[in-house]
Design a protein around this ligand. Structure first.
Ligand code: ATP
Length: 332
């Protein structure tokens, strides 16, 4: 029987001794992370860190559900991450799809809820635009499964409706219905692609969901940044923890020569993140490969997992998963 030591190990930053059990006689240690993580990368970190490198490590993940903005609502899904943007067209849906696949590739059980009433595009991006909604014997919607992610979309509920006539309460009750009445298989994370903007509709929708954390997507362009700031203010007002800003289309990267050009300007995402005391979570380039993969329903992360952008998506997903844990842990 292994003897577990009370002694703590000098661990790399971000890894806590409370997740570690040690068999000092055998120099074996087990790390159980409470959030989705790239196990290979964490193993490499442990093996390179002087304080931990002389142990033989087993790294596991057991994802913890963190507190959310609606404690009175039963949390039928895992941690709910809303992806929002002040302005349309900045790549919010693309980011939602990529992050959902990113956390799924880290081994988490993931759902993706397309709540963009103005143009639910996720089924199109995932290649199931023609999907027909299935209702099971318990009167619940059956999510479609794409690349291991469970997906449901407001588009299935309100196919022919004109979003311009929607009001906050109407949109939020449709969203609640979609959240509650989908037969989600057990989930660790649910990513919600919100409608762009910060008006009454978005506010009411965000208020009705048990949100664990929010991510604001922006481009570095001044007009997008101004609207992103309104998004930050909205989550502040709703007391929803904002994880940070994800700057998309930060620079254009030529697929032929690798030349980078900041066509929408540079530094904007970092500036608004700093001025609001939140983190700049990532800067994603504007690339043909990413756009092409979305247009052809073949996600880059699945088709070309070794692509630099795929690696970046995975790193961003891991960072977000870790931040959700640390931020909520700090607030408890
Ligand atoms: N990093 C990127 N590189 C290349 N193309 C991108 C990138 N991000 C998004 N796009 C492309 O930009 C377009 C807009 O993206 P997307 O639909 O995700 O934006 P959105 O913010 O969700 O828009 P809306 O809110 O209006 O639905 C799409 O054609 C998408 O393929």
């Amino acid at each position: 029987m292994a003897q577990f030591s009370e002694n703590s190990i000098d661990l790399p930053a971000g890894i806590s001794n409370q997740w570690v059990s040690v068999d000092n006689d055998r120099r074996q240690a087990t790390l159980t992370l409470p959030f989705a993580a790239d196990i290979e990368a964490v193993n490499a970190q442990l093996n390179q860190h002087p304080g931990s490198s002389d142990y033989d490590w087993e790294v596991k993940v057991n994802i913890k559900k963190m507190p959310n903005s609606q404690p009175e609502l039963p949390l039928t899904t895992g941690n709910v991450i809303v992806v929002s943007s002040g302005k349309g067209g900045v790549g919010k849906s693309s980011v939602s799809v990529a992050l959902a696949l990113g956390v799924q590739q880290l081994g988490a059980r993931v759902g993706l809820l397309d709540a963009d009433i103005y143009g639910p595009s996720i089924p199109t991006m995932l290649g199931r635009d023609d999907h027909e909604l299935v209702i099971n014997e318990r009167n619940k919607m059956v999510p479609m499964e794409r690349f291991g992610v469970q997906v449901n979309s407001l588009g299935y509920l309100v196919k022919d409706d004109d979003a311009t006539i929607w009001r906050g309460p109407m949109a939020s009750s449709a969203l609640q219905q979609l959240y509650r009445d989908t037969q989600w298989q057990p989930l660790d994370y649910l990513i919600v692609d919100m409608p762009p903007g910060t008006g009454d509709i978005q506010l009411t929708m965000a208020q009705k969901l048990p949100v664990t954390a929010a991510v604001v997507v922006t481009t570095p362009q001044t007009v997008a940044l101004r609207d992103a700031e309104k998004g930050i203010a909205m989550f502040d007002k709703l007391n929803i923890p904002l994880l940070g800003v994800l700057e998309n289309m930060s620079f254009y990267e030529c697929s032929q020569c690798g030349h980078q050009e900041a066509i929408f300007g540079s530094g904007g995402g970092a500036n608004i993140a700093a001025s609001h005391g939140v983190e700049l979570l990532a800067q994603w380039p504007l690339t043909t490969a990413f756009r092409d993969s979305l247009d052809h329903e073949r996600p880059l992360l699945i088709e070309q997992p070794e692509h630099d952008f795929s690696q970046l998506i995975k790193q961003t997903a891991a960072k977000i998963a870790a931040r959700i844990y640390h931020q909520a842990d700090k607030n408890v």
